[in-house]
Design a protein around this ligand. Structure first.
Ligand code: PLP
Length: 418
């Protein structure tokens, strides 16, 4: 049984903190994302505690879960934000994050986004290519500003994770190759409206082995030394995110302390402020996706299915990354069956689990797809005319609606009949 943090069985029902998921589904309908505020706070605190001995600044990576209330929860705890687009910057500002705590990233920043970031007064922009550096300089000049920039370095470390979530490999589109750095350093000196304040890396996501960080940070520190010897006053070393979480109790994530132990000894002597950008680590296990069993059926081979009212439009990770999510019956059942749990979307990849032992919940009962806090709602879509679900945040016995369920009217509101 996978009960994580604030999700546990109380009085015969799976609950979040002090509220049963049954009750929440009755009030708010399904599918429903239920987020535990206490879990958000606990994961942030555990991260901060692990790195307490290192002067650092934690920037929540908004793309993992961009709900305004989630962003605000971390902002209130003192975190900054890592944003990846103008839209995410807008979200972070709306959530009340101070601009000087926001890092603006993104492989392909449009001129309007660069303008917006500079106007907002973000802490720094990450640079992912030489032409982009020139754009930032040009736009900063127009605004009569000097843009603080960090170079995103591609450390050419292939972290062992799902191929779609490795980002620090030289095959990938992210960052600037080491070989280009001399040219970049020369250019930065010539340009009048950019100031190099940081070096940055991000090697991927859900990385279990700290050695990948060690390898990449070794390179980053080498580059830091060369930048210093060239006279650059680097204030920040940004290590990115990627810290792992447990989705499957049989594959427990490496504790954050093991990453901290290795990274602190390497980074402390550099004497700069280290930036971390955890996303998944902070939010993955804080939410469950609550879904109703619409039908149970069996095909001619005897294979059983739970057809539920949530699907890949709410949580695409199983389809996209073959990701594992635990599935619990909100009302416990002794009996289990081996079945597929599938959604209503017209795609064969629309499933949450295949050939999985699941408690024998009846039609009309609820299942909870666990660990649905990261890269879930944010990747939602309206495919098949699906309405984006409601989201609630639970804190003790208090519950807040943090996203209203979409309506049919909203589905078509931007379209024009011609
Ligand atoms: C996605 C991303 C993160 C967060 O990654 P997690 O695996 O969710 O921690 C951090 N930094 C950058 C640059 C990213 O693209």
């Amino acid at each position: 049984m996978f009960e994580s943090n604030q999700f546990h069985y109380t009085d015969g029902a799976l609950s979040c903190d002090q509220l049963s998921l049954d009750g929440l589904a009755a009030t708010y309908g399904t599918p429903l994302f239920v987020t535990s505020k206490k879990t958000l706070v606990q994961s942030y605190r555990s991260f901060e505690q692990a790195f307490a001995d290192l002067p650092h600044f934690t920037c929540y990576s908004v793309k993992a879960n961009f709900n305004l209330s989630v962003i605000r929860t971390f902002a209130e705890l003192g975190a900054g934000c890592d944003v990846n687009s103008g839209g995410e910057l807008y979200r972070a500002l709306q959530a009340g994050v101070a601009p000087e705590k926001i890092i603006f990233a993104g492989v392909g920043k449009k001129p309007q986004e660069i303008e917006y970031a500079l106007q907002s007064g973000v802490l720094m922009l990450k640079v992912e290519s030489i032409p982009e550096l020139r754009s930032i300089d040009r736009i900063a000049a127009l605004q009569g500003k000097t843009a603080s920039v960090a170079i995103r370095i591609n450390p050419n470390v292939t972290a062992e994770t799902h191929p779609y979530i490795t980002t620090g490999d030289s095959k990938e589109k992210f960052g600037i190759d080491e070989g280009e750095l001399p040219e970049l350093f020369t250019l930065i000196r010539q340009l009048k409206h950019v100031s190099l304040v940081g070096l940055d890396m991000h090697i991927g996501s859900q990385i279990f082995d700290p050695e990948y960080y060690v390898a990449a940070v070794t390179k980053l520190l080498d580059i830091f030394e060369s930048a210093k010897s060239l006279g650059f006053a680097i204030e920040f070393l940004d290590i990115g995110g990627g810290f792992p979480v447990t989705y499957d109790p049989l594959k427990e994530a490496t504790p954050i302390e093991q990453f901290a132990r290795k990274l602190i000894v390497m980074l402390k002597p550099a004497g700069v402020k280290v930036i971390f950008e955890p996303g998944r680590y902070l939010v993955a296990n804080a939410s469950a996706l609550v879904t109703r069993v619409l039908y149970r059926k069996r095909n001619h081979t005897g294979k059983e299915f739970f057809v539920v009212d949530a699907g890949m439009t709410e949580l695409i990770r199983p389809a996209l990354y073959q990701a594992h999510h635990e599935i619990l019956s909100v009302t416990p059942h002794e009996r289990t069956i081996v079945a597929d749990v599938v959604g209503p979307v017209c795609e064969s990849s629309d499933f949450f689990a295949r050939h999985r032992e699941i408690e024998a919940a009846e039609e009309g009962e609820l299942l909870a797809v666990m660990s649905a806090g990261a890269y879930a709602a944010v990747m939602g879509s309206n495919y098949n005319g699906r309405l984006r679900p409601a989201e609630v945040m639970v804190d003790g016995s208090d519950v807040r609606l943090i996203r209203k369920r979409e309506t049919y009217e909203q589905l078509v509101q931007n379209e024009l009949l011609s």
